[in-house]
Design a protein around this ligand. Structure first.
Ligand code: AMP
Ligand code: GLY
Length: 423
C-alpha cells in the first residue's frame, strides 16, 4: 500500500510514525512534511490545498490512500474533488467530504446538527447583521462570561470569552464588522459552560466507529493556564477523571448520536471525529467538533495504539470498522511542546536545534522544523513535541521533561507545569 499524508506538523509526523510501522506499507510520502517526517517518509513539495498537484502525484506514484491531516483541504472539499473523478474510484481517502467538514468549518452548522440529534451542548443564538437586535436581547439573558464564536475557520483565534456585557456587545460588532474576515459573517453566542475540558476521538467509516484514547491538552502559553491561547502546549492521555462511567456517558450521549447524525445527513465521512468536551459535574457537553485529529493530542494518543494503524485505516476505508478491535496500551503518555520564544506572538525562525540524538527514552516528533544547508533549524512557533510513556502520568512526565533538558535552540520555551493539575 502506498500512502500519502497531507500536512506538515507534529500530528502528521505522529501519523507517519504509526503508519511507517505497518506490515502492509510499501511507500510513504508526506506533503509537504517537515524535517522529522523526512526521516521516515519521503517529503513531497506540494501544498495541502493544491488539489491538482496532489492528484497528479497520486497518479504518478500509484498512491492507494491519502490521509488528510489538517482541516483546510477538507473544508475546501478535497474528498469531493477526488470522488468526482472516476479514475480515483479505488483511492482511499481518510477525511470527510465538504458536507461532513462543515461540522468544523461552520460553528452554526455544528450547533444545528447537535440540537437536531439531541447531543448535549451549550445553548446558543446565531447572530448576523440582520438579527442584531435579537442577538443583543439574547446576550442580555446570559450570565457572564460571554462566549462569542466566529462561525467560520479563523485559525484557532475565532473564540472570544468576555466578562463585561458592554465589551461583549462591542466585540460582537467587531466580529460581524470583519475582525476575523468572512469567518465572522455569523457569530455564535453561547452559554458559558463551567467545567474541565478534555477531548476524545473516534475514527468512523460513516456507519461504525472505533474510539481512540482520550486526551487533555494545554492551550495557554503560560503556566497555570495563563496568557494567550496557542495551538497547544502539551497533551496527556489517558485523562484520570475520564473514568469508565464518564466514557460510557460520552459514548451513549455524544459519540453514537453524532455517528447516527453523520449517517442520516448522508455525509460521506470516512475519517476522524474530534470531540472537544467540557465535563460539567460529570456531564459531558460538546464545545466543538473537529473533523481531523488534534495537534498535539495526536502525538500523545497515537503512540498508545498497538494495532497496525494502517490496517485500521484500511478497514475504515472499506467500511469494515465494526470488525476492528483497537489495541490500546495501558501506559500513560505525555507530550510536551517546545516552542520558539515569543510564540504565539512574533518569533524568530531558523535557530539551530541540537541534542535530539541524546534523547533515548522518548519520541521526538517535529512540528515546525526544517533542514537548512544540512542543519536542523526551527521553522515554526511550535517546534518539537516530546512524547514519553510511563506506568502513570508522573513517570511519563519525568521522561518528557528530562528529554527536554537535552534539547536546545535559542529562546526555546516550554511549560513546566503540565499534568500537575491531574496528579
Ligand atoms: P473552540 O475553538 O470552540 O474549542 O473554543 C476555544 C476555547 O474556548 C475552548 O477550548 C474552551 O476553553 C473555550 N470555550 C468554548 N466554548 C465555551 C463555552 N460554551 N463555555 C466555556 N468555555 C468555552
Ligand atoms: N489541539 C487542538 C486542535 O488541534 O485543534
Amino acid at each position: 500500500m502506498n500512502v500519502l499524508i497531507l500536512g506538515s506538523g507534529g500530528r502528521e509526523h505522529a501519523l507517519a510514525y504509526q503508519i511507517s510501522k505497518s506490515s502492509v506499507l510499501s511507500n510513504l510520502y508526506v506533503a509537504p512534511g517537515n524535517a522529522g517526517t523526512a526521516q521516515i517518509a519521503e517529503n513531497v513539495k506540494i501544498s495541502v490545498n493544491d488539489f491538482n498537484a496532489i492528484s497528479e502525484f497520486v497518479k504518478q506514484n500509484s498512491i492507494n490512500m491519502i490521509v488528510v491531516g489538517p482541516e483546510d483541504p477538507l473544508v475546501s472539499g478535497i474528498v469531493d474533488y477526488f470522488r468526482a473523478k472516476p479514475e480515483f474510484d479505488n483511492l482511499y481517502i481518510i477525511g470527510p467530504d465538504k458536507l461532513g467538514a462543515k461540522l468544523e468549518g461552520s460553528k452554526d452548522f455544528a450547533k444545528e446538527f447537535m440540537f437536531k440529534y439531541d447531543i448535549p451542548t451549550a445553548s446558543y443564538f446565531c447572530a448576523n447583521p440582520s438579527n442584531y437586535d435579537e442577538a443583543i436581547n439574547y446576550l442580555a439573558t446570559l450570565t457572564p462570561p460571554y462566549v462569542l464564536k466566529a462561525d467560520g475557520l479563523a485559525a484557532g483565534k475565532g473564540v472570544v470569552i468576555i466578562n463585561d456585557y458592554s465589551e461583549a456587545i462591542s466585540e460582537l460588532k467587531n466580529i460581524l464588522g470583519g475582525k476575523f474576515g468572512s469567518a465572522g459573517n455569523k457569530v455564535v453566542i453561547e452559554e458559558y459552560l463551567d467545567g474541565i475540558e478534555c477531548s476524545t476521538f473516534a475514527l468512523t467509516d460513516g456507519e461504525s466507529y472505533v474510539i481512540l484514547p482520550e486526551a487533555k491538552d494545554y492551550k495557554r502559553i503560560g503556566e497555570n493556564n495563563t496568557g494567550l491561547n496557542t495551538g497547544g502546549m502539551g497533551a496527556i492521555s489517558p485523562v484520570p477523571f475520564y473514568d469508565r462511567d464518564f466514557a460510557n456517558i460520552v459514548e451513549e450521549r455524544i459519540i453514537k448520536p453524532t455517528i447516527e447524525g453523520i449517517k442520516k445527513e448522508k455525509m460521506n465521512y470516512c475519517g476522524f471525529v474530534f470531540f472537544g468536551l467540557m465535563n460539567v459535574g460529570g456531564n459531558p457537553y460538546v464545545i466543538e467538533y473537529n473533523v481531523r485529529m488534534g495537534d498535539p493530542e495526536t502525538e500523545a494518543i497515537l503512540p498508545r495504539i498497538n494495532s497496525d494503524f494502517l490496517k485500521v485505516l484500511i478497514s475504515a476505508a472499506e467500511k469494515k470498522l465494526k470488525n476492528v478491535n483497537l489495541e490500546i496500551s495501558t501506559e500513560a503518555s505525555v507530550t510536551i511542546i517546545l516552542v520558539s520564544g515569543g510564540y504565539p506572538g512574533n518569533y524568530e525562525k531558523n535557530k539551530k536545534i541540537t541534542g535530539i540524538d541524546k534523547v533515548k527514552d522518548s519520541i521526538v516528533f517535529h512540528s515546525g522544523s526544517a533542514i537548512n544547508d544540512g542543519t536542523l533549524v526551527t521553522a515554526g512557533g511550535r517546534v518539537l513535541a516530546i512524547s514519553s510513556f510511563g506506568k502513570d502520568i508522573s513517570e511519563a512526565l519525568k521522561k518528557s521533561y528530562s528529554a527536554a533538558k537535552e534539547i536546545h535552540f535559542e529562546n526555546m520555551y516550554y511549560r513546566k507545569d503540565l499534568g500537575f493539575d491531574l496528579i
